[in-house]
Design a protein around this ligand. Structure first.
Ligand code: PLP
Length: 376
């Protein structure tokens, strides 16, 4: 008998299932709304001009393909964390900031979870927003953390359930681990306002919670990376014990290059050195060291004033189009189809995702009806 005879079939990935149906359709007008990747007006992936220019410049340099250090390319780590925390806060925390280039945002979360599971004594439970990105549960449980949730989205108002969220943060045991989405919350597109962030910060500090901040969309919420870095900047400035997971998949369109950064704030330089040694041991056992190509591109863009200006324009292009698409979708529903339903959340939500407010039965009906119209 095969050693794997008793391995059960795992459930299919919900999003990939939709992609399969998408691929199977022969309709020329088909659009895949399930995948979290930016597309241009022709429905094609968008290679950012800043990325193309950085790649061309790198190609001229005839760089070798030697291994990167365990924590990645040093200049990339510095530029990535400077981008996240802003120059001023970065300067004030640099000597006690531990950082590591990661396998995009998911890899940063996996390293964060491993460090927490191994060393964070007050708790091994992480609280995530309800709802949250589907993979959070997967990544955190794989590292040995238990996952619970706090209230976040109010389906009735399509807005943040600020009261519920603050009450749940209060009710958790002191020093709990709390995952916060820095901006462009996935999947709801609902972010706290600066005033609400102040309230969250106040409760987090009173309760001494540990914050794991996930920033997969810096620049995608407002079109301005500095503005979107508001939350990590605020929390680091106020010395909240925290980790930050950055992804450059969306804001540089480097999805498949797997470019990200993990960082954590220590109490002192001495503590940072101890933590860094443990982060290295964890990474060595997970994947040894990160890939070089994508991080070189990102470092080149962030470090070269001309390319950086181009990148800001590229982000503006993408975020403006996302906002335009939201406005168009809403106006079609309201003006073209005369829907009496309140669709204002389509334009008040932020980032790539639209939390439509449709229930599963409505989505099933749409899928059936559209399939009849488009693929008779
Ligand atoms: N975190 C959130 C909230 C996300 O939405 C995503 C991607 O969809 C990620 C992290 C990680 O993405 P990646 O590993 O591609 O950087």
């Amino acid at each position: 008998m095969s050693a794997w005879a008793k391995v059960p079939m795992g459930p299919p990935d919900a999003i990939l299932g939709i992609s399969e149906k998408f691929k199977a359709s022969t309709n020329a007008k088909k659009m895949n709304l399930g995948v979290g990747a930016y597309r241009d007006d022709a429905g094609r992936p968008f290679l950012l001009p800043s990325v193309r220019k950085a790649e061309n410049a790198l190609a001229q340099m005839n760089l070798d393909k030697e291994y990167a250090p365990i924590t990645g390319i040093p200049v990339f780590r510095e530029l990535a964390t400077r981008l996240a925390y802003g120059d001023e806060v970065y300067e004030s925390i640099a000597e006690r900031l531990v950082s590591a280039q990661s396998l995009s945002g998911t890899g940063a979360l996996r390293v964060a979870a491993a460090v927490l599971a191994k060393f964070y004594e007050p708790s091994s439970t992480i609280y995530v927003s309800n709802p949250t990105w589907g993979n959070h549960n997967n990544v955190f449980s794989a590292a040995g953390l238990a996952v619970q949730s706090y209230r976040y989205y109010d389906p009735k108002t399509h807005m943040l359930d600020a009261q519920g969220m603050l009450a749940d943060l209060e009710d958790m045991p002191d020093r709990s681990i709390v995952l916060l989405h820095a901006c462009a919350h996935n999947p709801t597109g609902v972010d706290p306002t600066p005033e609400q962030w102040d309230d969250i910060l106040r409760v987090v500090r009173t309760k001494n919670h540990f914050v794991l901040m996930d920033m997969a969309y810096q620049g995608f919420a407002s079109g301005n990376p500095a503005r979107d870095g508001f939350a990590p900047r605020l929390f680091a400035e106020m010395n909240v014990p925290m980790m930050l997971c950055q992804s450059f998949a969306k804001n540089m369109g480097l999805y498949g290059e797997r470019v990200g950064c993990f960082s954590m704030l220590a109490a002192s330089a001495e503590e940072a050195a101890r933590l860094e040694s443990q982060v290295k041991i964890i990474i060595r056992g997970l994947y040894s060291n990160p890939p070089v190509h994508g991080a070189r591109i990102a470092a080149r863009i962030l470090g070269d004033p001309e390319l950086r200006t181009q990148w800001h324009q590229d982000i503006e292009t993408m975020s403006t189009r996302i906002r335009d698409m939201r406005a168009l979708l809403r106006s079609h529903l309201e003006d073209t189809f005369h829907s009496a339903h309140d669709w204002s959340h389509i334009t008040s939500q932020i980032g790539m995702f639209c939390y439509t407010g449709l229930n599963p039965a409505q989505v099933d009906k749409l899928t059936r009806d559209l399939a009849r119209v488009f693929d008779p």
